[in-house]
Write a protein that binds this ligand. Sequence first.
Ligand SMILES: Cc1ncc(C[n+]2csc(CCOP(=O)(O)OP(=O)(O)O)c2C)c(N)n1
Ligand SMILES: [Mg+2]
Length: 369
Amino acid sequence: MIEPFTPEPIRWVAEDGTPVRPLPERFTPELLRDLHRVMVQAREFDKKLINLLRMGRTTFYAQSSGMEATQVGLARSIRVGHDWVWPYYRDQALGLAMGVPLFEMISQCLGTNTDTCRGRQMPHHFASRRYNFVSISSSIASQVPPAAGSAMAQKYLGTDEITVCTFGDGATSEGDWHAGLNMAGAAKAPALFICENNQWAISTSIREQTASETIHIKAKAYGMPGFYVDGNDIVAVMEVCAHAAEWVRAGNGPALVECLTYRVGSHSNADADAEKQYRSREEVEAWVARDPITRIEGLLAHLGHPVTAEERAALISETHRQIDEDVQRALDSGEPDWRIIFEDVYADMPTHLRDQEAFLRAEQTGGQG
Ligand SMILES: Cc1ncc(C[n+]2csc(CCOP(=O)(O)OP(=O)(O)O)c2C)c(N)n1
Ligand SMILES: [Mg+2]
């Protein structure tokens, strides 16, 4: 039985990989291996994208390293392509686990012709129409009120879809967050709110962020259950998120899940983490020791299906090979033409934009027309 408002995060697997309660049957070695594969891919995606950033191929990237169990576990707890997902900017492991192709994510980061947004979004803000993965907004918590609206629409249309909305701990201090949760609660709309509590909002710690003991208790104020889960334990994340998702889908109204995890890398490429300005190395090292990938490997070993060093190395090199190939293919597609800034908004372009387009064309052709 999964209860809301537990004083401690719900946990299934201890840090050394030993189950602390009976493992549900669905967690077969095959499923665990598949989850492990996506988590490793996401970790390697971070490393490769940081390299591309250093090479000047892209200009923004925010790592999800350390948070893979939360994001992959969430992806595997919802109906992918059916439910609607309003993500935030650190959700690449969520996207990958939902099935968004690496190639699409890489193209978006590079802003090439193969980018579905064709360079018109900030890098690392991918979207996927096929997977109902809504375009990311960098303005903290700005996705929460529209997600509440999306859930209200689902309720009024009588579908069995739900809306999933993710955000960080810092987002819970924004007015938008409270407005969105209040609206979804009052409308009893099918929204699943997921807080990826990585305990830092750039350099602001969770203790400075709020006087509340936890994030999930804020759910009480909005008339919904708040679940508290160990976000580095993928079994616990999947059990809790699947339970909350089905509770929401059954028409009971929204729910909030707080996944307690940690960002082991820097906030983004614009961060003083490396300079050790706001958190101690001891703190980071303590969380590196609770790594979610190590934990699932410990569980597989406990079950008698260990991931060997060779298998892990092969998985990593295959991921790197795939990413290198996709990067090349994206770069080969070239940069979008400047004219696209005038496309995809108006069926009939207003006069002032037509004038601007003509002006730019003249500039491009050196005043020759
Ligand atoms: C409205 C708004 N205010 C400030 C910022 C600058 N900013 C970018 S990320 C961030 C921290 C967010 O922390 P959290 O919600 O915990 O997510 P995390 O980055 O830790 O995953 C801030 C303050 C912003 N993007 N939008
Ligand atoms: Mg945070």
